[in-house]
Write a protein that binds this ligand. Structure first.
Ligand SMILES: [Zn+2]
Ligand SMILES: [Zn+2]
Length: 332
């Protein structure tokens, strides 16, 4: 099978992924092998290939928004059958027994494995995944429509929940890439007024098209005080901007797995019971709930497709903020 492999992290413009031909992985007990159809790219893939994240598993195949069909079953599989279409998301496996798993927070599992980071991902023609961690997909959504929902959508949805957004509230979104343009459609479905701050003109146009109440530059403040804010851009300097945008008692959640240093800021920005929260990973429930909500709210992903050979180009386009919506590798 063909796979895009990272052997050593390097700047994205040096094309760090190498296309190789290798034997497809054998599914272990309880695992299935999928024939990968599409894999949507995520900004986290960029943080992997450039080494902004530690890389405990090298070489690694990136990619964690995978849609494929089951082509081989390991011993002991009972849930899935050959030919079934499923998704693979960032959470590849959790132990189910640690204090976090037992409390329903498998995203924080002490021994969790993550697709395309500590386990091989979907920039390849095949992938293995524990069958219990394969995500069921609704037939209403085709491969391309559903793939960006598996991380961009699911993490964004978790970020909305962490921000405790209620229907009808005023919400600021800082950064407007793959994740933000998906959850914005859910916010509109919930009757929220959405204020978008983003640096790219293309992103601003897309935000307007999707019904933003106001669109501004990354360092501008919305004309009205917001109840909640979600920071999608991996830029620490936006944290004080987000806090300035919300009311007392409001909440800011930070959706990224990686963020540049947050500058020193005045305590007054946080005082009056404003909350600042991070978001780590996703649970299977986040992915499954968001996929179902996407059908209900008729959420459409904007996307650009790339062939598997062009994975480096897709990542370079994400780095340059040049992708409208999501870059998707079309593999089969
Ligand atoms: Zn655990
Ligand atoms: Zn992701």
């Amino acid at each position: 099978m063909k796979a895009q492999v990272l052997e050593a992290p390097a700047p994205v413009d040096t094309k760090p992924l190498r296309l190789v031909d290798r034997d497809p992985p054998e599914p272990a007990r309880g695992e299935v092998r999928l024939h990968v159809r599409v894999c949507a790219c995520c900004r986290t893939d960029l943080h992997v290939v450039t080494g902004e994240l530690d890389l405990p598993h090298l070489p690694v195949v990136p990619g964690h928004q995978v849609v494929g069909t089951v082509e081989a079953l390991g011993d002991g599989c009972t849930r899935l059958h050959a030919g079934e279409r499923v998704g693979v998301c960032w959470l590849h496996w959790a132990d189910g027994v640690c204090q976090y798993c037992r409390a329903g927070s498998e995203n924080l599992c002490e021994h969790g494995l993550f697709t395309g980071w500590t386990a091989d991902g979907g920039y390849a023609e095949a992938i293995t995944v524990p069958e219990d961690f394969a995500i069921a997909l609704p037939e209403q959504l085709d491969d391309i429509a559903v793939s960006p929902l598996l991380c961009a959508g699911a993490v964004g949805y978790r970020a909305l929940r962490r921000a405790e957004i209620e229907p009808g509230e005023r919400v600021a979104l800082l950064g407007f890439g793959s994740s933000a343009h998906l959850v914005m459609q859910l916010l509109r479905h919930w009757g929220c007024d959405v204020f978008v701050l983003t640096r790219g003109e293309g992103h601003r146009a897309l935000a307007r098209e999707l019904g933003a109440a106001w669109v501004g530059r990354a360092d501008e403040l919305p004309p009205e005080t917001c109840d909640r804010a979600v920071v999608f851009a991996p830029a620490g300097e936006l944290v004080p901007v987000a806090l300035r945008a919300i009311r007392p008692g409001g909440t800011v959640s930070l959706a990224g797995i990686h963020m540049s240093t947050i500058p020193p800021m005045d305590y007054g920005l946080l005082w009056r019971e404003r909350s600042l929260r991070s978001v780590a990973n996703v649970t299977r429930r986040d992915a499954e709930e968001f996929v179902a909500l996407a059908v209900e709210a008729n959420i459409r992903a904007e996307y650009e497709t790339y062939p598997l050979d062009a994975a480096n180009d897709a990542l370079a386009a994400i780095a340059a903020d040049a992708v409208q919506g999501t870059a998707i590798l079309q593999i089969a």
